[in-house]
Design a protein around this ligand. Structure first.
Ligand code: DGL
Length: 273
């Protein structure tokens, strides 16, 4: 007899440390669940890689999480969701929760009728993003802005340097010039530079991230599948990273918790291709 279905961890992955912006909402909502997180820092950014590469890498990571007993998978990455969510759902008979830029709530929130979307090149070029606009953006103008280099700043832990500030200014100002009063943070790394984005955008602009909605959706799916952990227990966190372990650990401790232990991914999984 195997372990009971509600006893495994929730497996979560991202191209790097960005998914921790989703993890914090999951942890706040579900303190009783065990969380097993992969930061694929050695392969970040995903945003400019071919969708086929992202799909096969996501399959490797999700297989590893499932091999460690994950009872659900969260793709804490908009770019990997667009490339791989369908493949992971057909491969694994557990809930697979993906994420997409929060265009729907932004369309409901805008007063000017102009919404800005900051995201990776991969997300903005995807068929899934085009479908999202078709579905939820009729009657509003959506101004998209790819942000090359910004994920790398967060991966290096440069959250408030003048170089990061300059990049954020370069990407946010065109949205303001077009009249956006609502800006979607369409990549899980961007909430970590939200203070910079807010300082450029000003108080009249609403910033929306997808993390809280993902956490609620995960909670619903665990409940509906009757695999939620006992609410009386205390959940554990486990972190794994590819690439330069010391740098990843240092940044993850800063973004998550100074006591976080970060282990290297097994060598067979450490580098893709
Ligand atoms: N954090 C990811 C996202 O939400 C991907 C960033 C990247 O690696 O380019 O899209």
């Amino acid at each position: 007899m195997g372990a009971p279905p509600h006893s495994g961890p929730i497996g979560i992955f991202d191209s790097g440390v960005g998914g921790l912006s989703v993890l914090r909402h999951i942890r706040a909502l579900m303190p009783h669940e065990d969380l097993l997180y992969i930061a694929d820092c050695g392969n970040a950014p995903y945003g400019d890689k071919p969708p086929d590469w992202i799909r096969s890498r996501s399959i490797e990571l999700a297989d590893w999480l499932r091999g460690r007993g994950a009872k659900a998978i969260v793709i804490a990455c908009n770019t990997a969701t667009a490339a791989a969510a369908a493949a992971l759902r057909s491969r694994h008979a557990v809930p697979v929760i993906g994420m997409e830029p929060a265009v729907k709530p932004a369309a409901a929130a805008t007063k000017t009728g102009v919404v800005g979307v900051l995201a990776t090149v991969g997300t903005l070029k995807s068929a899934q993003f085009a479908a999202l606009l078709d579905r939820f953006a009729s009657g509003i103008e959506v101004v998209t802005q790819p942000c090359p280099g910004l994920v790398e700043c967060v991966e290096r832990g440069e959250l408030d340097t003048s170089a990061t500030q300059a990049l954020v200014t370069r990407y946010v100002e065109p949205l303001l010039a077009r009249g956006a009063d609502t800006i979607v943070l369409g990549c899980t790394h961007y909430p970590f530079v939200q203070p910079l984005i807010a300082s450029v955008a000003g108080p009249a602009v609403t910033l929306i991230e997808t993390g809280p909605a993902v956490a609620r959706q995960l909670e619903r799916r665990l409940h509906d599948s009757a695999i939620a952990a006992d609410r009386a227990r205390h959940g554990e966190n486990a972190f794994h990273a590819s690439g330069k372990l010391e740098l990843a650990a240092q940044v993850m401790r800063r973004l998550w918790d100074e006591d976080a232990t970060v282990d290297a991914l097994p060598a067979a999984l450490a580098n893709s291709t």
